[in-house]
Design a protein around this ligand. Sequence first.
Ligand SMILES: NC(=O)c1ccc[n+]([C@@H]2O[C@H](COP(=O)([O-])OP(=O)(O)OC[C@H]3O[C@@H](n4cnc5c(N)ncnc54)[C@H](OP(=O)(O)O)[C@@H]3O)[C@@H](O)[C@H]2O)c1
Length: 141
Amino acid sequence: MARSIGADRVIDYTQEDFCQNEGRYDLILAVNGYHPILDYRRVLSPEGIYVQTGGSMAQIFQALLLGPFISMTGSKKMSSLGTVKQNQSDLLFMKELLEAGKVVPVIDKRYSLSEITEAFRYLGEGHARGKVIITVEHNNK
Ligand SMILES: NC(=O)c1ccc[n+]([C@@H]2O[C@H](COP(=O)([O-])OP(=O)(O)OC[C@H]3O[C@@H](n4cnc5c(N)ncnc54)[C@H](OP(=O)(O)O)[C@@H]3O)[C@@H](O)[C@H]2O)c1
């Protein structure tokens, strides 16, 4: 699935620890993950950027509390999406990327509102491959 939306190289986290290989990364978008923040810092390229968007509570707090200090001590930048202010121009930029097919949303499953318990159970298993959608049908009768 990752390859189908444009990834040139995919690392299976159950088989290989990317912090142990020789790779150096310009951008780490930490959607899920459980490494200490200093592991991510080590594998960033000299001007690399790390942005935490999800993952374990430890990962979230480390990015929020330690990220600003780490960013002040060198050329690598570490931050959390939680501190970003969303604005209209960013949303319009995302709209352009989506319309141009440069960003492809991946929808794993769709549930109706009455199936919401099942949707949360599925999401709670932690292996959804993309977004899980709840469809709210409007009944105008
Ligand atoms: N900041 C925000 O605005 C925002 C918004 C939405 C979600 N989030 C956060 O983003 C994260 C992802 O959410 P999600 O909706 O995509 O659902 P999710 O259930 O957290 O993600 C499932 C996916 O993550 C993979 N995965 C699980 N553990 C991993 C690991 N240690 N390393 C790499 N991949 C791993 C799973 O792959 P396998 O099936 O192969 O295990 C699966 O493809 C969550 O932590 C969520 O809280 C943040």
